[in-house]
Design a protein around this ligand. Structure first.
Ligand code: PLP
Length: 415
């Protein structure tokens, strides 16, 4: 037995230099208050920045760890703002549970690392976001994880023929970037179901207008950074879907440090309150602008799934409800014309992201698809004259007037 000797002066208050019951300033500064007591709850979700939570005792920490008591211990594993955001995102997508991650890529990586093990295989649709493609081509092969690429609009029979015994997931994007190809989610889900593997859908471009779980997806991922956040002031991601898969992904994300923080979760919650108004308005304006660009001879081609000329118009009309998305891509043929167009738009910023309340421009060949050879770009149908427009909530008439002026600047430039 170890006996710890405590001298009487150590515990004896009277031995302290000054007898006092009120904590001194150093103690008062260092401690609490930890709770705001109000019998009336705040209207607005409070921001909970605490890194750590204080269980009452050891039984409580056990109960929190097993889920028998609700609450949190350590913010990387969970905190109130992520839990509130997860609840709302589950509702948005019709999933059983959700996990908030530090970025869209954090969510995609957490899902891939949950579903794929050494020597497994994945089917990934063509034209997915560049970093998702890099994950599949550059990172996962280190663990012998292989993949094949399929056309997102492929029918079930052709997709089934690509399955291998080691295939563990099918991944696609509802609407791809920048060509805005639309995925046949019902076909992909039927193939995944028959093979007993999950279909994972990146629904970043189509919140509200498509609910992939209703079409058979096991998991939906989002770059919350984009439309859901809506104001280009946060970087977050999420995975939504079957509870058992989300709980496995939660362990991976927490272990790898991929979970989202309180402030950005709080901002995303605020963004979500206006998502419906913002996104539907942007979808309406996008359809109008796409039609106008299409009738302008200075634009070689317009990509928008709501135009009957888009190769996936029929699929989009079946899959999407109440809008065709808020991204319009135009082809101005050459880099020089794209450059002039961007420079002429003083009020519409060149900002290589999307989903902001204000309209922004991107040049896929220089940004999202940078680093790919001309041949790789050509194979995907991406030209140096292509501009991706993320449509915001401004007045559509103002936007068209500004775009018209920029198109006017192209008049003297040879195609
Ligand atoms: N998925 C899509 C479709 C995207 O466009 C992006 C980013 O642009 C991502 C995922 C990655 O999201 P994040 O930048 O939040 O990591």
């Amino acid at each position: 037995m170890v006996v710890i000797a405590i001298s009487s002066t150590q515990c004896n208050e009277r031995a302290m230099p000054e007898n006092h019951s009120v904590p001194r300033l150093a103690t008062a500064c260092a401690r609490g208050p930890t709770r705001t007591v109000s019998t009336s709850p705040p209207l607005v979700t409070p921001l909970a920045l605490s890194t750590v939570y204080c269980p009452a005792d050891l039984d409580h920490v056990d109960a929190l760890s097993t889920g028998d008591a609700s609450g949190f211990i350590y913010a990387r594993d969970g905190h109130p703002n992520a839990a509130q955001l997860a609840e709302k995102l589950s509702r948005l997508e019709g999933g059983e549970a959700a996990l908030v991650c530090a970025s869209g890529m954090g969510a995609i990586a957490a899902v891939f690392l949950t579903l794929l093990s050494r020597e497994d295989h994945a089917l990934i649709s063509a034209g997915v976001y560049g970093k998702t493609a890099s994950l599949a081509t550059r990172i996962l092969p280190r663990w012998g994880i292989d993949h094949d690429v399929f056309d997102p609009a492929l029918d079930a029979k052709s997709l089934k023929s690509l399955l291998k015994p080691a295939t563990r997931l099918i991944f696609t994007e509802t609407i791809s970037n920048p060509l805005l190809r639309v995925a046949d989610l019902d076909s992909a889900a039927s193939v995944a179901r028959a093979a007993g593997i999950p279909l994972v859908v990146d629904n970043t471009f189509a919140p509200l207008i498509c609910r992939p779980i209703e079409h058979g997806a096991g998991l939906v991922v989002h770059s919350v950074t984009k439309m859901i956040g809506g104001h280009s002031d946060l970087t977050l991601g999420a995975a939504v879907g079957e509870r058992s898969l989300i709980e496995q992904a939660r362990v991976v994300a927490s272990t790898l440090g991929q979970t989202g923080n309180p402030f950005e979760s709080w901002l995303a919650l605020r963004g979500l309150t206006t998502l419906n108004l913002r996104f539907h308005r942007a979808c309406e304006t996008s359809l109008e602008l796409a039609g106008r660009f299409q009738s302008d001879p200075r634009v070689k081609r317009v990509y928008y799934p709501g135009l009957p000329t888009h190769p996936d118009f029929a699929l989009a009309s079946r899959l999407l409800n109440d809008g065709f998305g808020a991204i319009v891509t135009i082809d101005l043929v050459t880099r020089e014309r794209a450059q002039t167009f961007i420079r002429s738009l003083a009020e519409i910023p060149f900002a290589p992201s999307l989903g902001d309340v204000q309209t922004t421009l991107s040049h896929p060949a220089s940004t999202s698809h940078r680093g790919q050879s001309d041949e790789q770009l050509a194979r995907q149908g991406i030209t140096s004259g292509m501009i991706r427009i993320s449509v915001g909530i401004e007045d559509p008439g103002d936007l068209w007037r500004e775009f018209c002026q920029a198109l006017g600047a192209l008049d003297g430039i040879r195609v």
